[in-house]
Write a protein of this length. Structure first.
Length: 264
């Protein structure tokens, strides 16, 4: 695996043609990311992963400062999972001096994470569009845990007629059911035990939905004292998702379950 830092280096490295799969990440890699790398490896001639902690996605300076940054570890994991090229740019490569062009994706960015984190999806859409323009992949890979984000990117690709496929893969969970997240490592033992109420609540909501009941009310009733930022139903182009966000101590966690349809 080769690590490059600049747009020019990426383009020079990808002149050989063939299908390219891209996995955008902010590092702090875990099994969820590795599942995306392996899927990209199986479906493409060349696999590119980006490693860039995008400051524009954070509305909390403390959260940005605490975000794990372990490039050597991440590079090793990416190489083992079959990544060919790791694009790890410095801030000024992605946001050069005087940067002022942002991408807004309308309705699908509203509600849930869009309301809880103003400007978040604008930043996600902008950085992903830039990565798509730099790498020019045939396919890009995202996880279902960030279902609204995947829907935003899928709408971006459709509306701007970008020549790539967006692949959304199932959420990867620990054996206890907690969705994998870089933020999980910051949970204390007691906080992690409390955090398990979120996937359990969503599972109860999904079961209630299948029986014809109120999925949201059932999920909220199972949160075991956690105060949610939201627990809501979200229609993502025909796929119905029950999504929730909670704070456990200072850590904010999100999760969702698919109730109907397909996230592709």
């Amino acid at each position: 695996m080769r690590t490059v830092r600049t747009v020019a280096e990426v383009r020079a490295a990808l002149t050989g043609g063939g299908g390219v799969g891209l996995v955008p990440t902010m590092g702090a890699l875990h099994e969820g990311h590795l599942s995306l790398f392996r899927a990209a490896r199986a479906e493409n001639d060349t696999v590119v992963a980006s490693l860039f902690v995008n400051p524009a996605q954070f509305d909390d300076e403390a959260d940005l400062g605490a975000y794990p940054r372990e490039e050597a570890r991440d590079a090793s994991l990416a190489a083992e999972a079959g990544v060919d090229l790791l694009f790890a740019p410095p801030l000024e490569e992605m946001y050069p001096d005087g940067f002022q062009t942002w991408v807004e994706v309308g309705e699908v960015s509203a509600g849930l994470e869009g309301d809880a984190r103003p400007g978040h999806f604008r930043a996600v859409a902008t950085v992903c569009l830039k990565l798509f323009n730099v790498v020019r992949p045939a396919r890009a890979y995202f996880g279902q845990k960030d279902a609204q984000q995947a829907a935003v990117i899928r709408r971006l690709v459709r509306d701007l007629s970008l020549p790539l496929e967006i692949r959304v893969l199932p959420t990867v969970r620990d054996p206890d059911g907690l969705a994998l997240s870089s933020r999980n490592t910051r949970l204390s033992t007691e906080e992690r035990a409390r955090a398990l109420a979120l996937p359990r609540a969503l599972a109860r909501g999904a079961e209630t939905y299948r029986l014809g009941g109120d999925a949201v009310a059932a999920a909220v009733a199972e949160l075991n004292g956690l105060t949610p930022d939201y627990v809501e139903l979200l229609d993502l182009d025909g796929a119905l998702v029950l999504a929730g966000a909670v704070r456990v101590g200072s850590i904010r966690l999100i999760d969702n379950v698919l109730l109907h349809g397909e996230l592709r």
